[in-house]
Design a protein around this ligand. Structure first.
Ligand code: ADP
Length: 464
């Protein structure tokens, strides 16, 4: 059982170890290269040697023949060849042009005369290369059949082969060791990374890979992974914060409703004043809760990407004039003016666009003390990259500081907690308005100064 485990472990190591696979691959390449080099060296050496001995024999024989021609001008006598053949122990045959044997120290070997220029012959335990060479001499020409013993060359070549093999093996051992060793350094960062990644869980999303010692490509991988973890952690924290903020917001109306329900059950049933107060408070809080839940649903759908805009062509001018009229009816404590002088139509989600503009109008009303002025205007503007339809909502209210401006589009952010809460704000309005405007490829800009009012501008591109 234990053995089985061990074998399994080794198998797994072999199968999954890139380092091992790479080392084996490199070693194979190295061995193949060295082998090819060795074969090449031995072959070239052997062939050069054989050619050398063939040439040497031919040169020696033709020089003997040339000398004989000077000393014994009468043809077909080849003194000197006998000495050569005996000394070299290599047979020589001389044929005339018609192919008749003129001379040979071993005439019986005439049968080995090659038809073409070369032939291998095994004779008396020796391996010969037999050459058939034409040799012109004194108005005639001969066919020389020269036997060259290649035994010594083969012996020398095989000796060389042995030396080459030993040298290569000696070279190979440190090279293999170096390959195996080099893998260690390269893959250590991967091992460290795996270890760290294994430890990352919901509880410690802040763990990051160490990028200091890694190699270049691994460093990039580690950096990319860390960036991904930053995003995941950020998102996770935001989700957590969102759930906690949402629960917190829902607690207040529920507590109020619960309180009134208790009060009613104890004393309110028969007291019309308490009854009326409780009913109107419960209604209010229920409406407040419904509004909050609608906002949360919108954000959740946006985050899940299940939200779709229903696009249509409509008159923006008409819509803004409607909003002005509605606002004037429900709010008589502010002066509401407008500069809407041209007909502009829009291709957008009508209801969502109205919702976004309403959010800005409601904020202007909420954060402008009674008697203040709110102006809504519509115009075409041209910025560096496109032509835009600009909707401006300007108030003379409490304004915002630079620090507050940085956060007003964050979910659940309220610059002045108590004041906003008292006005029924959840800190979600601007976050939703921003999603709607950006969803229409638009921009939203704010200019504001503490105590000096605010101006929100929605820019919607003419060409998307
Ligand atoms: P809320 O529901 O609290 O109004 P919003 O997301 O609409 O939430 O706004 C976020 C915060 O931005 C508000 O709490 C308020 O402090 C500030 N704010 C928004 N509009 C204005 C404005 N016109 N004037 C001053 N402060 C504003």
């Amino acid at each position: 059982m234990k053995n089985d485990n061990l074998i399994e472990k080794i198998k797994e190591k072999i199968e999954f170890s890139i380092r091992l696979k790479l080392s084996v691959k490199y070693i194979k390449i190295l061995v193949a290269t060295l082998l090819a080099a060795a074969i090449g060296i031995v072959l070239v050496f052997g062939l050069i040697n054989i050619k050398e001995s063939l040439d040497a024999n031919y040169r020696q024989i033709t020089s003997i023949l040339n000398q004989g021609q000077v000393l014994y001008p009468e043809q077909d006598k080849f003194p000197g060849l006998q000495d050569y053949a005996e000394q070299k122990q290599s047979p020589v045959l001389v044929f005339d042009r018609a192919g008749n044997l003129l001379w040979g120290n071993q005439p019986e070997l005439a049968k080995y005369k090659p038809k073409s220029w070369l032939k291998f012959v095994r004779q008396n335990g020796k391996l010969f290369i037999v050459q058939n060479k034409k040799y012109p001499l004194a108005n005639t020409s001969y066919e020389l059949v020269i036997f060259t013993d290649i035994g010594p060359t083969i012996a020398a070549t095989s000796k060389l082969a042995q030396i080459v093999v030993i040298v290569m093996a000696l070279l190979l051992l440190p090279a293999i060791a170096a390959i195996i060793e080099s893998g260690k350094g390269i893959f250590r960062p991967i091992k460290d990374m795996t270890k760290t990644v294994k430890h990352i869980s919901e509880e410690n999303l802040n763990l990051r890979l160490n990028v200091s010692g890694a190699q270049d490509e691994l460093k990039e991988l580690a950096l990319t992974f860390n960036e991904m973890m930053n995003r995941i952690e950020d998102n996770y924290n935001r989700q957590k914060q969102f759930v906690s903020d949402a629960s917190h917001e829902l607690r207040t109306p529920i507590t109020v409703i619960q309180g009134y329900a208790d009060m009613l059950s104890r004393w309110g049933k028969d007291d019309p004043a308490i009854l009326n107060e409780a009913i109107s408070a419960i209604k209010n809080e229920a409406a407040n809760m419904k509004e909050l839940i609608d906002k949360l649903l919108f954000l959740a759908r946006h985050d899940n990407r299940t939200f779709v805009f229903e696009m249509e062509e409509f008159s923006l001018t008409e819509m803004l004039l409607d909003i002005v009229k509605e606002t004037q009816i429900i709010d008589s404590s502010h002066k509401i003016s407008y500069d809407i002088n041209q007909e502009i139509s829009l291709f957008a989600d009508r209801n969502r666009m109205k919702q976004a503009i309403r959010i800005l109008m409601d904020n202007a009303l909420k954060y402008t003390p009674p008697g203040g002025e709110i102006n809504i205007s519509l115009e075409k503007v041209s910025l560096e990259d496109n032509n835009y339809t600009a909707i401006k909502i300007k108030d003379t209210g409490i304004g915002m500081s630079e620090e507050e401006l940085k956060h007003i589009f964050d979910r659940f952010y309220r610059a002045d907690q108590s004041r906003a809460k008292e006005k029924g704000g959840h800190g979600l309005g601007l976050a939703i308005a921003k999603i709607i405007i950006l969803g229409h490829q638009g921009k939203i800009k704010v200019r504001s100064k503490k105590g000096a009012g605010s101006e929100f501008t929605i820019l919607l591109p003419e060409k998307v």
